[in-house]
Design a protein around this ligand. Structure first.
Ligand code: NOJ
Length: 524
């Protein structure tokens, strides 16, 4: 397939592989344990690469796998240059990159540039009373009696006379990228061009270089939109990412980055090739999947989502890919709110939208949110969405041979819990439906990452969601009816061929009746 001559997305920095990428998110601690310690690891992931490929995914985003005290599941990095021993060595990680590439796949690591762990050596230097190379690596006020306004801080427990700004939890001090508009009365607010912030950028570039040279294909970037402070409209942070991304694409033209930002008009401007729509921020993503009456549960309204999507699509001038994930390690499991056949319709949506799809491990079998768990590694209410993968009917559902009590997180203990092996055997399973849809997506450029979209309906309450996808001369109509009653649409165009159907549709001339809970893709 030639995506280069005919690219509908205007970005110039999208490597060929990304144009056809379908991602699978791996939470490494919960995916596959190869050494029976109850925690997933790199070698376990290698054992399951053929499964991921068989699903149709050709790219991976792996959550943080660096040395960490794991106060926030690895988003509190202690050493950016060292793989966490519980997952394996740097050599094992390199081996994972090689095994991924052998299969024609790609892998993104999770880069956490906004903060480190309090155990990071930069922070240990930074908290000293004596000025040193790392004194300005984090955002500090210049007196322990002054807090960084609008942020929580760490203070009074170090020799340094100052309060250190926190970026997330109390063990995650904020790295210093400067202030977009430093307050002249607060000397400690440094400009983005000051020596400290510039050194932080160089340090993060070095980390990126290190892993890219070892063979990773790029990064998912944690909290990418909040690095520069006092930056209400994101201008300072956009400028920062312009610098970092131009370095990246110059030195590593095949690398890719996806931002946890949720505002594609800003992130794509900053040079990211992809941005996520998320459960927070202005996208109305939750209206579709995770609210009291989600559209894909058949009861809600998708129109605010669609309006915002169109606005983003136009504002970002289609410089890159707007990515809609099935879920992630921070959200409730998709199957908590979307049930039965509606899950298939949700995937018929996720896998027919522009941008790269991201499937959160286990969502492809409808893994359930495990209720009532105590927090593990800073998971709190997110813990139930991070339980170990359910592979088969063996010990611990094939995740690990460790005693059940030693598993990273307790598994769903329902005897009817979904597993990969059960669903592989069932032709009507969610897993097999997703495989089918990915294959269809891959054989039609119009349905793929780079094609255009035009909405025919917005999925108001009681209305199907209908849109056209186009690439070059190919045009495909997607019609989704998650409701439990049949519905009708009038078509503007003649239909040529139904290429995907779940449920039933009856086309009579320009009228199409969509059965309750149905999804269809039709070539126009
Ligand atoms: C977003 C990550 O996805 C989340 O898991 C983490 O806790 C915060 N950023 C802080 O790094």
């Amino acid at each position: 397939m030639n995506l280069d001559n005919n690219a509908e997305i205007k970005a110039t920095n999208i490597p060929a592989w990304l144009k056809e990428a379908v991602f699978y998110e791996i939470y490494p601690q919960s995916f596959k344990d190869s050494n029976a310690d109850g925690i997933g690891d790199f070698n376990g992931i290698i054992q399951k690469l053929d499964y991921i490929k068989g699903l149709g995914c050709n790219a991976i985003w792996m959550n943080p796998c660096f040395d960490s005290p794991f106060g926030d599941a690895g988003y509190d990095v202690r050493d950016y240059y060292k793989a966490a021993p519980r997952y394996g060595t740097n050599e094992d990680l390199k081996n994972l990159f090689d095994e991924v590439h052998k299969r024609g796949m790609h892998i993104l690591l999770d880069l956490v540039p906004g903060h480190t762990s309090i155990e990071h050596k930069w922070f240990k230097e930074s908290l000293k009373a004596e000025k040193n190379e790392f004194s300005d690596r984090y955002v500090w006020t210049d007196s322990v009696w002054e807090d960084p306004e609008g942020y929580c801080s760490l203070k009074g427990i170090f020799p340094r006379d100052g309060s250190c700004m926190l970026s997330f939890f109390s063990n995650q001090p904020a790295l210093n990228y400067g202030f977009y508009k430093p307050d002249p009365n607060k000397k400690w607010q440094q400009s983005v061009d000051a020596t400290g912030p510039k050194a932080t950028v160089e340090a993060i570039k070095d980390v990126m270089r290190f892993w890219l040279k070892m063979g990773c294909d790029g990064f998912r970037v944690d909290m990418a939109g909040s690095l520069v402070k006092n930056d209400e409209n994101g201008k300072g942070t956009i400028a920062l990412w312009k610098k970092i991304s131009s370095f990246l694409y110059k030195e590593f033209p095949d690398a890719a980055m996806v931002s946890e930002w949720g505002e594609p008009d800003k992130s794509l401007e900053g040079g990211f090739q992809m941005d996520f729509l998320l459960h927070f921020g202005p996208s109305h993503y939750n209206d579709l999947f995770r609210c009291e009456t989600p559209y894909f549960a058949g009861t809600g309204d998708a129109s605010a989502f669609v309006d915002k999507y169109i606005e983003n699509y136009e504002k970002s001038d289609r410089k890159g890919l707007i990515c809609i994930p099935s879920g992630n390690h921070d959200m409730d499991r998709l199957s908590k709110t979307i049930k039965g056949d509606n899950l298939k319709i949700a995937f018929a949506f996720l896998l027919s939208m522009p941008g790269a799809p991201f499937i959160y491990y286990g969502d492809e079998i409808g893994m359930r949110f495990v209720e009532g768990l105590n927090s593990v590694e800073g998971g709190y209410s997110r813990t139930g969405a991070r339980s170990p993968m359910q592979w088969d009917d063996g010990v611990n559902a094939g995740f690990s041979t460790a005693p059940a009590a030693d598993l990273y997180i307790k598994q769903d203990d329902d005897p009817d819990r979904p597993t990969v092996s059960k669903q592989e055997k069932d032709p009507d399973s969610l897993l097999n439906e997703i495989k089918k849809i990915i294959e269809i997506r891959k054989s039609h450029l119009a349905l793929g990452n780079m094609g255009q979209i035009e909405f025919v309906t917005k999925g108001k309450q009681g209305e199907p969601l209908v849109y056209k996808r186009t690439f070059g001369d190919e045009c495909i109509l997607v019609a989704l009816n998650p409701m439990d009653k049949e519905t009708e649409i009038v078509l503007d165009d003649e239909t040529k061929k139904v290429i995907y159907l779940f449920g039933s549709n009856i086309i009579k001339g320009r009228k199409m009746v969509l059965s309750a809970q149905s999804a269809t893709y039709i070539l126009l």
